[in-house]
Design a protein. Structure first.
Length: 556
């Protein structure tokens, strides 16, 4: 017992000393930097850079700011031979002669690799539709190496503001080291202060002199903010984005959606009201945080968050929960939000864990998207229709599950079919309106209302598929199991319009949404969905129940 007390006393008295010896990175987080067409806090720039080069938000548990500064300050001594550059495409590794069972490689292995250079040169000679997956991956690795070299040289560290116009090109620290032809437009005393401060920081980092670092960094950050221009971005704006980065609202949202789904599922099977309250509370809190994340992202970017696949995924998952809440308010059945939570949590988990496919970066709008009115009206309407169809997909699978497991529960199947039908009606109205508004936007932006662009064509195909399903239900061509099965299959049209055109075809005027990767996940989903439909069909056929009445009496 005495030994335990002595140990605790030792920890209490030595912890402040250990903390005092640690490097404090906080002042570096809110230094503004001009990158990819916008001003952002250094925290965002560092995380995006580390994520792109390593595939991880942080490397070896270090803050991304520490990793980035280390690349610049001690590249030759530490990092040139360290394995941290992500190369995860096996055919590329085989083609350039590096270990296929290895995921990370040292810069010295990739820089100067003649086979990689030849692949990249050949890829640059091709038109975009001609690029193979090998070409794309070679360019991606080359870009990672190029970004690292720009970090090491300081050329991309554009932290010195333009004194005449804050929105004009900023100056990099390469201007201080003589590696840039651009001269700093400041008084010589200010340039000297910037140079001396940077040298002090680099020396403190290399010498592991935390005391000097912790004294110099806040002074340097303060001088950047106040000593070079009167129009520096405000700390409130910079800290707002740092808060968004640290809090990760969409991660908390999917965690709460998972809790809500599990507890509501327990409520459905046990009718225990405690599970119901906890589940509803978790989903409500998750939706509130989801909404907060959107609001914060829009404040940071100054636009609706729907300009790339990452943003559309988190938006559609939000819309799915919104429509589930609307239909639940009408019918008060816990199955509705429970089914919606499945889609939303899966979508957010993918968005949170696949940054190489779903890029979470906040980037400026493409020129064609800078008409915010049409962007808001058209794109939000189209993607909200996907949310409604996603809800009908989830409820359709609930119906199929009942056909497979409890085929004789006609009353329950009728109820769930009605909820599925309502969500599909919402989706058709929104998709039709969004398609028409897209034509108006196309006429405004490209000078023609309709041009048979792949995105336009697949949006029309998805609309016609769901209109056919609704027509088939109305005329009694589709009844019972067939109605549910066709509803679920129709979502493949949405999947093609939403994902396939951008990530598989990669052609057309909607190039701002193009990306690559993720095909394996989509194929797994499609295979699982087909298998589930076949399972439900076999059980339905063996039960001998035709379930002719689709909806409860009195509903249309």
């Amino acid at each position: 017992m005495k030994t335990l007390r002595l140990t605790l006393l030792f920890l209490v008295f030595t912890f402040p000393l250990c903390a005092a010896d640690a490097f404090h990175w906080g002042p570096l987080e809110t230094i503004a930097i001009q990158d990819r067409g916008r001003l952002k806090p250094f925290d965002t720039f560092a995380e995006e850079s580390v994520l792109y080069i390593t595939g991880k938000r942080s490397w070896e548990g270090e803050p991304s700011e520490a990793t980035l500064f280390g690349w610049m300050a001690s590249y030759e001594d530490t990092w040139s031979s360290k394995e941290f550059i992500l190369v995860d495409y096996k055919p590329l590794k085989a083609a350039i002669g590096i270990a296929e069972d290895q995921k990370y490689f040292a810069p010295e292995v990739l820089i100067g690799n003649q086979k990689l250079g030849a692949l990249v040169r050949d890829a640059f000679k091709k038109q975009k539709p001609e690029l193979t997956e090998l070409d794309k991956k070679a360019q991606e690795v080359s870009n990672r190496v190029g970004l690292l070299q720009a970090v090491v040289s300081g050329d991309i560290w554009t932290i010195f503001p333009n004194p005449t116009n804050i929105n004009e090109a900023w100056y990099s620290i390469a201007s201080l080291t003589g590696q840039s032809e651009r001269l700093l437009p400041y008084e010589s005393t200010k340039v000297q202060k910037l140079s001396d401060g940077l040298r002090t920081l680099i020396k403190a980092y290399i010498d592991k002199d935390a005391a000097t670092w912790n004294k110099t960094l806040p002074e340097y950050a303060s001088f950047l903010e106040e000593g070079l221009t009167t129009n520096y971005p405000t700390q409130a704006k910079l800290k707002q984005e740092v808060q968004y980065n640290k809090f990760r609202p969409f991660r908390w949202a999917w965690v709460l959606y998972t809790v809500g789904f599990l507890t509501l599922l327990a409520f459905i099977f046990t009718a225990n009201r405690v599970f119901g309250f906890v589940g509803a509370g978790a989903l409500g809190l998750g939706f509130a945080i989801h909404t907060y994340g959107f609001a914060l992202r829009m404040l940071i970017s100054g636009r609706p968050p729907v300009t790339n696949m990452y943003e559309s995924v988190i938006w559609v998952s939000w819309g799915c929960m919104l429509f589930a809440a609307m239909i639940w308010l009408k019918y008060k059945n816990a199955v509705i939000p429970t089914a919606a939570a499945v889609f939303s949590l899966v979508a957010l988990v993918l968005a949170d864990n696949l940054p190489s496919i779903l890029d979470p970066s906040i980037n400026p709008l493409e020129p064609v998207l800078r008409s915010n009115f049409w962007l808001t009206i058209h794109v939000l309407t189209i993607t909200l229709s996907y949310a409604a169809f996603a809800l009908s997909l989830c409820l359709g699978n609930v119906v199929l599950g009942n056909y497979g497991l409890t085929p004789n529960r006609t009353d329950r199947i009728q109820q769930f079919s009605l909820y599925m039908y309502r969500s599909m009606q919402i989706g058709v109205v929104l998709l039709a309106a969004g398609t028409i508004l897209g034509g108006v936007w196309a006429d405004y932006s490209w000078g023609r209302f309709w041009g048979w662009d792949p995105k336009e064509v697949w949006a029309l195909i998805a609309l016609l598929l769901y209109v056919a399903v609704l027509h088939g239900r109305f005329t009694n061509w589709l009844r019972g199991f067939g109605f549910a099965a066709v509803t679920v299959v129709s979502f493949l049209g949405v999947l093609m319009a939403w994902y396939g055109v951008n990530f598989v075809l990669g052609a057309g005027l909607h190039s701002y949404g193009f990306g690559s990767g993720g095909i394996a996940y989509v194929l797994v989903y499609v295979s699982a969905q087909v298998a589930f439909i076949l399972f439900a069909y076999s059980r339905h056929r063996s039960s001998g129940d035709t379930n002719a009445a689709i909806f409860p009496k009195g509903h249309r």
